[in-house]
Design a protein around this ligand. Structure first.
Ligand code: 5GP
Ligand code: MN
Length: 324
């Protein structure tokens, strides 16, 4: 829990902090907020993420401190894993990251497996950034504008701009505090939502056109293929947030976004691999559905990855509609 986490951090000198591959706003922001906060306690910190940081989050203060290199030559007493329901979310370096050091698991996913030596997991928290705020307060770390900007951005993005069901009193209370510390909500909103590349808008066009609705109208499926990325000159992270268009359709209870991670038609002979994002209107628990496929998440936002052909993935998902 939080007290144990704080005590262990106080006793650590060198701390590696990591969050999940293909990071969202909460994963990037929590990494920065905790890293900057622990530096104020004179800890040696290294921030690691397997993936390049998506363009829309590169405005965040000290974002360049996030390394794609694990610094294996350095010794760490402790590793803190952020926003990961299970350790595999870290990516291909998971074994190296977790080896020979105390592992602290800080997360807010209901499907969190409870991995690590110390857990600070609260599914009631709207974002991992909220837990970072609680922890920094407990450690008496002064919140400056840089840390406040990161915490605000993590909460803004994980609550879908205060629209999702995880939005609550604590959400607004913390955000009010962060604005008092110097955050300008308009500036953050402009950076996160107002700086889409033209290529990304073209991808939106193709993604909207791909939407299919189940015969009972309760399930929508959006598809983003490698070919669509190539045609528009976009990257996978440009598909971030597109699923909300599929979710907001009248009568739709569950939306699925199928993203092609790997096209198996190339010379490698590998199978196709897809990531499926699920969103619900709050009446359906999609975390359980995702967990059945080896994934996880929150009751109204979850995901999983699967090796199959596109038509196989679609037929797996379409049968879900019957039960809605
Ligand atoms: P998204 O669909 O946007 O990738 O993720 C939605 C939510 O589900 C996020 O909170 C994310 O962390 C979680 N999630 C997505 N994919 C996986 C997965 O493969 N495993 C687990 N445990 N959680 C996932
Ligand atoms: Mn999160």
């Amino acid at each position: 829990m939080m007290e144990q986490t704080a005590r262990h951090i106080a006793d650590s000198k060198s701390i590696l902090i990591v969050s999940h591959a293909n990071p969202d706003g909460d994963a990037v922001s929590s990494l920065i907020a905790l890293g900057l906060g622990l530096e104020k306690l004179n800890k040696n910190v290294v921030l690691y993420n397997e993936s390049l940081i998506p363009a829309v989050y590169r405005f965040l203060p000290s974002v360049d401190r996030i390394s794609q290199d694990l610094h294996t030559e350095m010794h760490f007493d402790t590793v803190i894993v952020l926003d990961c329901g299970d350790p595999e979310r870290i990516g291909s370096a998971v074994q190296t990251v977790l080896a020979d050091r105390v592992v602290i698991n800080i997360d807010h996913h209901v499907t969190n497996t409870g991995f690590g030596d110390i857990q600070f997991v609260d599914p009631e928290a709207c974002a991992t950034a909220e837990l970072i705020h609680r922890l920094l307060m407990h450690l008496s770390v002064p919140i400056d504008t840089a840390i406040a900007t990161a915490i605000y951005t993590g909460i803004l993005t994980d609550t879908g701009s205060f629209r999702f069901s995880n939005t609550n009193l604590a959400t607004f209370a913390i955000c009010t505090e962060m604005v008092k510390k110097g955050v300008t909500p308009y500036n953050v909103a402009q950076c996160v939502y107002g700086t889409y590349s033209l290529e990304r808008i073209k991808l939106l066009n193709l993604a909207l056109d791909s939407i299919e609705i189940s015969s009972n109208g309760k399930l929508s499926i959006m598809t983003v293929t490698r070919e669509m990325l190539n045609m528009t000159g976009t990257q996978l992270d440009d598909a971030d947030g597109l699923i909300h268009y599929a979710r907001r359709i009248e009568d739709v209870k569950v939306a699925a976004l199928i993203q092609e991670l790997r096209n198996g038609n190339g010379p490698s002979g590998n199978q196709n691999r897809f990531h499926v994002s699920l969103r619900s209107d709050g009446t359906v628990d999609v975390a359980t559905i995702a967990a059945a496929y080896g994934g996880g998440g929150h009751s109204s936002a979850a995901g999983f990855s699967i090796d199959a052909t596109l038509s196989e993935v679609k037929s797996e998902i379409v049968v879900l509609a019957e039960k809605l």
